[in-house]
Design a protein around this ligand. Sequence first.
Ligand code: ADE
Length: 245
Amino acid sequence: MRVDIVSLFPEFVAQVAGHGVVGRAGERGLLSIHGWNPRDYAQGNYRRVDDKTFGGGPGMVMMIEPLQACLSAVRAAEPTPAPVVYLTPQGKPLTQPKVRELAALPRMILLCGRYEGIDERFVEAEIDEEISIGDYVLSGGELAAAVLIDAVARLQEGALNDAESAAQDSFEDGLLDCPHYTHPASHALGEVPAVLRSGDHGAIARWRRQQALLRTWQRRPELMAGREWSKEDRKLLKELGIPLE
Ligand code: ADE
């Protein structure tokens, strides 16, 4: 997958992409990241990319022209079609199904805003999707873009060493993950649950599923609302005393 980042700080996002799973995905040729700075496409001695907001008020707004010129260069660099995704607190909340959808594309173009945002005319004309990574305000879209790149990179085929681990993640099934333990089995902080040491794979899978249900119920009950439950899940929920709707 190819990711193009349009940002006033493209090297900042590229930095994040140099480490861990994302870095390895790059080394394995599964992901390539290309940074683009609208300032390089701005006119005049000052290479201005922002201006005051019409109607008055604090903050600066990113101007249409440098963004348009920059985006044209991004498109001209490579013919593969790609949606333009704008990272903004006004966007739709990022979810694992959305990550999966984007991860399956051959390319995406990420646009990071700074200041008060981007001239709305550019957003209406050029942006395919607006995505938020949560109900809080960052000082720019760069960290949000880094989050999205990380989530998408680890889903590229061959990016993770243990092929199973992505499928078993939190949210892949719409539930939180179960607890995990490692050696030593016995420690001053407590014991590893006996079932995990039993070697009974069926019992272990049932326990893990039940723990995932319990955690989701305790921490994020809204994730469970309106769901269709399998017969097995119904049984596990009943054992926990969690009422079915
Ligand atoms: N830019 C600033 N805040 C953001 C957020 N919460 N999500 C995505 N982009 C942002």
